[in-house]
Design a protein around this ligand. Structure first.
Ligand code: 6GU
Length: 274
């Protein structure tokens, strides 16, 4: 299994490191399953003050990330690895879900990432054409649909301030949103994206194979209520059926509970596992 590389371009790499150097993500790095590299966007700032932002044309509040530092930082990574894919956390991106995480971890069957991938390809192509004005030079994401690539390298460019110059989008393969709300920057989304991909990689969750993860640990077991010892805590009892040892009945109960929760949430595809 090839290593999955993440490069995070951020103004605050020191905010990311403690989390990534803890628990499962730390173990995944130690085991050589993932590799995380940090690039400080400030190093690519302009002038003596290493400025990375400026006021918006046309007026408006706040500061926007400028093109020069963003392009220089992304190109510094691309020059070393032209195949690296650029992820931009942005509230206007495609909503991240379990199906996307699975596609990025490439534990899905080929046809299941076709639909979202073509969305992303369409947007990446649009951006490149817009910038280069040259349809011939558009580099399609061919390797995404192949199962034979040896290394996946995702570069997560974390915007900050009130936004970013739209021309930065021309370098982006995957604009990704975490949901319908606005955060102050791309760091938390970067952590979530890395976490949700990494837990799907073989060897991260108790050494399971990708097939086992697909069929078991990929969210479907999160949908019903679970309990561990003690059987009674402060008057709250574990449902009798779970103590019965009757596997068919337990399966039946879990199916019912999953369905009930889905109905109560009023959604049926949020985990991308249907
Ligand atoms: Cl990816 N970025 C920001 N800034 N806000 C968000 C988001 C991303 N997803 C939801 N809100």
């Amino acid at each position: 299994m090839a290593k999955t590389k993440f490069t995070i371009i951020s103004l605050f790499p020191e905010a990311l490191e403690p989390y990534l150097n803890s628990s499962m993500l730390y173990k995944a790095q130690k085991a050589g399953i993932i590799e995380v590299t940090y690039v400080n966007l400030r190093d690519f700032g302009i002038g003596a003050h290493k400025s990375v932002d400026d006021t918006p044309y046309g007026g408006g509040d706040g500061m926007l990330l400028r093109c020069e530092p963003a392009f220089a930082a992304i190109e510094s990574v691309k020059n070393k690895d032209p195949d690296a894919k650029i992820i931009l956390p942005t509230p206007v991106g495609q909503i991240w879900n379990q199906a996307l995480a699975r596609s990025f971890a490439e534990v899905s069957s080929d046809n299941s990432h076709d639909s979202w991938n073509s969305d992303f390809e369409a947007s990446a192509d649009r951006n490149q054409r817009a910038q280069q004005n040259d349809p011939e030079s558009v580099n399609s994401n061919e390797e995404k649909s192949s199962s034979t690539i040896s290394t996946r390298h995702y570069v997560i460019f974390c915007p900050h301030y009130e936004g970013y110059d739209e021309r930065i989008m021309s370098l982006v393969d995957y604009p990704v949103s975490l949901g319908n709300y606005v955060l102050t920057g791309g760091e938390l989304p970067a952590l979530i994206i890395i976490d949700s991909i990494t837990r799907l990689l073989p060897g991260v969750l108790g050494g399971k194979t990708s097939a086992e993860i697909e069929s078991f640990s990929d969210g479907d077991n999160l949908e019903y209520p679970q309990y561990t010892k003690p059987a009674e805590f402060r008057g709250m009892k574990v449902p009798e059926v779970l103590l019965s040892g009757h596997h068919a009945k337990i399966d039946q109960w879990r199916r019912e509970q999953s369905l009930k929760r889905r109905t109560e949430r009023g959604v049926d595809d949020d985990l991308g596992i249907v």
